[in-house]
Design a protein around this ligand. Structure first.
Ligand code: 9YT
Length: 136
């Protein structure tokens, strides 16, 4: 069994900070579960285009308000606490954060560690695998 706190993970290489968002990766590929689990903060006023060609992602909004554009049909979806969205078709999308947003994100297959978006808005496969939570 793995038991650990967000606070501990934030003080470790599992916290990844970019211009638009930061992500603390509580569970990663090295933890052996087959998915990764992140707590992500989206900074207010940011616009982030993404398209996870190598992964599926589900995102549950805990705090804040924003809008999600599905580029397949230009539809706009309001994202607010209690709403989940799932990128089950490697969907090309844009997230616009009207306020600071806090999300719980699950990726399959699991991220390895400190991945950030490439030019196409994807995470590459094959990055460095961080040590398992059991070994930290
Ligand atoms: C909502 C979203 O996908 N933001 C980008 C960061 C990603 N969720 C992550 O790596 O935690």
């Amino acid at each position: 069994m793995i038991v650990r706190s967000l606070r501990d993970a934030e003080d470790s290489p599992r916290r990844v900070v970019t211009d638009n968002w930061e992500s603390t990766r509580l569970l990663l590929s090295g933890d052996g579960l087959g998915f990764s689990l992140h707590v992500t903060t989206i900074y207010p006023g940011t616009v982030t285009p993404m398209c996870y060609r190598n992964h599926l992602e589900a995102v549950y909004c805990l705090e804040g308000v924003g809008e999600l554009e599905d580029l397949a049909d230009a539809s706009i979806h309001r994202i607010a606490p209690g709403v989940v969205y799932a990128l089950d078709r490697h969907d090309e999308h844009i997230l616009r954060a009207h306020t600071r947003m806090r999300m719980v994100c699950v990726f399959s297959p699991a991220l390895n560690g400190r991945e950030v978006h490439d030019a196409s808005g994807s995470y590459p496969l094959g990055g460095e695998v961080l040590p398992a939570a059991r070994e930290e």
